[in-house]
Design a protein around this ligand. Sequence first.
Ligand code: NAG
Ligand code: NAG
Length: 216
Amino acid sequence: MTSRLLVSALLLVACSLALASDPSPLQDFCVADRDSKGTYGCQCYTREWRGLQADDFLFRGLHLMGNTTNDVGSNVTAVNVAQLPGLNTLGISMARIDFAPWGLNAPHTHPRATEILTVIEGSLLVGFVTSNPENRLITKRLQKGDVFVFPEGLIHFQQNAGNGYALAIAALSIQNPGTITIANALFGSNPDIACDVLAKAFQVDIKVVQQIQSKF
Ligand SMILES: *[C@@H]1O[C@H](CO)[C@@H](O)[C@H](O)[C@H]1NC(C)=O
Ligand SMILES: *[C@@H]1O[C@H](CO)[C@@H](O)[C@H](O)[C@H]1NC(C)=O
């Protein structure tokens, strides 16, 4: 009898875990106060219809190509709560990603969001790596119209796998996903992470670490 109860209790826990999701908003919307920098989700600019404008729910310009003349040959145009205050508390955002030929959206993670991406133009080699200890690389070459998902928090990348221009549109499961670009975070932190820490972590000579640090 006791063991049957235990099994039921465990099943209940398993079910509630499987159903875990974002809490629903408590109101129709909560337009972010443009002045509350960095504290999105805390303050609603307007709780009433009075003073509310359609522009609070609008972002213009996603048809514009980002400038890909940079070291990696890609450019992300983010549309999150910082650009579109009406997204506040709604659990969603998006981005446009432009790629020069063979351009790379370098390995990075979004600490707070799952990302779903579709290729609008060209073809992309994409991938993500599962957590320890497996660290399995899940990778695919995508064509125009393909949709791929990058699970929350996992390190992922996208590379233009062609000589032409490529374009992707991504949606993210939070208003402010955050981005940690692995190379920048480790080798371009402010102040620097001590060379011997990185040398041991990457099992290379300190000179190699200094060389990489000099690039960021
Ligand atoms: C991305 O493109 C925009 C618009 O052209 C430009 O202002 C910005 O500097 C570019 N960012 C990078 C990292 O190249
Ligand atoms: C793109 O960025 C590069 C490097 O910053 C700059 O030289 C170039 O003028 C920019 N192109 C456009 C169209 O803004």
